[in-house]
Design a protein around this ligand. Structure first.
Ligand SMILES: Nc1ncnc2c1ncn2[C@@H]1O[C@H](COP(=O)(O)OP(=O)(O)OP(=O)(O)O)[C@@H](O)[C@H]1O
Ligand SMILES: [Mg+2]
Length: 226
C-alpha cells in the first residue's frame, strides 16, 4: 500500500457513559489503497460511525494508529486536523447537515472558502459540482426547499469541493426512498472510486455494500472481511 492509502492498525476506542465503559472498537484493522472503495456493515451500535469519525479526524482514538492520505491522523494537533479535514477528506453524513440559512450553492462553496479559496473560484467550482450532481438549477435554493435526496446530492457536492482523496460516507442513502437511493449511490460511486478517490462507506444496505470493491463487517469491535 502506498502511504497515500488508508491504514488503520490495532485501533481501540472506549466511551464512558456515566461510570459505564462502552468498549466500541477493540483491535480494529483496515487497509485501503488509492481508488479503492470499502463498505463497512454491522449491527446498529457496533461502532461504524465511531470508526468513520476516527478516520475523519472528528474524534480521538485510545490506542493504535491511523494513517490516511499521507496524514498521521492520530498524531495531528488541532491545526493539522483542520487541514486534514478540510483538504484530505470529504464527509457525507446520514443527515446532510447543510446550513439552513445558506443556499445550496453557498453550502457547497463553504469548505472551499474555509480552505482559503477565493470567492469567485469557489463559486465556479461549486457550480460545476452542483451540475455534476444534477442540482445546477437548484443552486439558489435553501435546504428547506429541497427534498431529502436533493439535499444529499448537495451534501455530496460539498464533500467533493476540495477534491479530497478520501470520501467517508455514513449511511448516505439511509433516509431516502428507492429512487433517490439509486441516484445518490450512483453519484457517490461515479464521483469517488471511479475517479480515483478512496471511499469508505458505512451502510445497512446490502445492495449498496455489494457495489464496493470490498466489504467488511464490524463485529465485537473488529473488522472482518465478508
Ligand atoms: N460520544 C459518545 N459517548 C458515549 N457513547 C457513545 C458515544 N458515541 C457513540 N457511543 C456509543 O458507542 C457505540 C457505537 O456507536 P456508533 O454510533 O459508532 O454505532 P453505529 O454502528 O454507527 O450505529 P448505527 O448503525 O445505529 O448508526 C454505541 O453503543 C453508542 O451508544
Ligand atoms: Mg452510525
Amino acid at each position: 500500500m502506498s502511504e497515500q492509502g488508508i491504514w488503520v492498525e490495532s485501533v481501540y476506542k472506549t466511551y464512558l457513559s456515566g461510570s459505564e465503559e462502552i468498549k466500541v472498537l477493540r483491535n480494529a484493522n483496515l487497509r485501503a489503497s488509492i481508488g479503492e472503495s470499502v463498505a463497512v456493515v454491522g449491527a446498529s451500535g457496533c461502532g461504524k460511525s465511531t470508526l468513520l469519525n476516527l478516520i475523519g479526524g472528528l474524534d480521538r482514538l485510545d490506542s493504535g494508529f491511523i494513517r490516511a492520505c499521507g496524514y498521521e491522523v492520530d498524531k495531528l494537533n488541532e491545526k493539522g486536523l483542520t487541514a486534514y479535514r478540510s483538504k484530505g477528506v470529504g464527509f457525507v453524513f446520514q443527515f446532510h447537515y447543510l446550513l439552513k440559512d445558506f443556499t445550496a450553492l453557498e453550502n457547497v462553496m463553504l469548505p472551499a472558502l474555509m480552505a482559503g479559496i477565493a470567492n469567485r473560484e469557489a463559486k465556479k467550482d461549486a457550480e460545476v459540482l452542483l451540475e455534476r450532481v444534477r442540482m445546477g438549477d437548484r443552486a439558489p435554493h435553501f435546504p428547506a426547499q429541497l427534498s431529502g435526496g436533493e439535499r444529499q446530492r448537495v451534501a455530496l457536492a460539498r464533500a467533493l469541493i476540495n477534491n479530497p482523496s478520501l470520501v467517508l460516507a455514513d449511511e448516505p442513502t439511509g433516509n431516502l426512498d428507492e429512487y433517490h437511493k439509486s441516484i445518490v449511490s450512483n453519484l457517490l460511486f461515479s464521483e469517488t472510486a471511479e475517479s480515483g478517490k478512496m471511499l469508505i462507506l458505512v451502510t445497512h444496505s446490502q445492495d449498496l455494500a455489494s457495489r464496493a470493491d470490498r466489504c467488511l463487517r464490524l463485529s465485537e469491535g473488529r473488522l472482518v472481511q465478508i
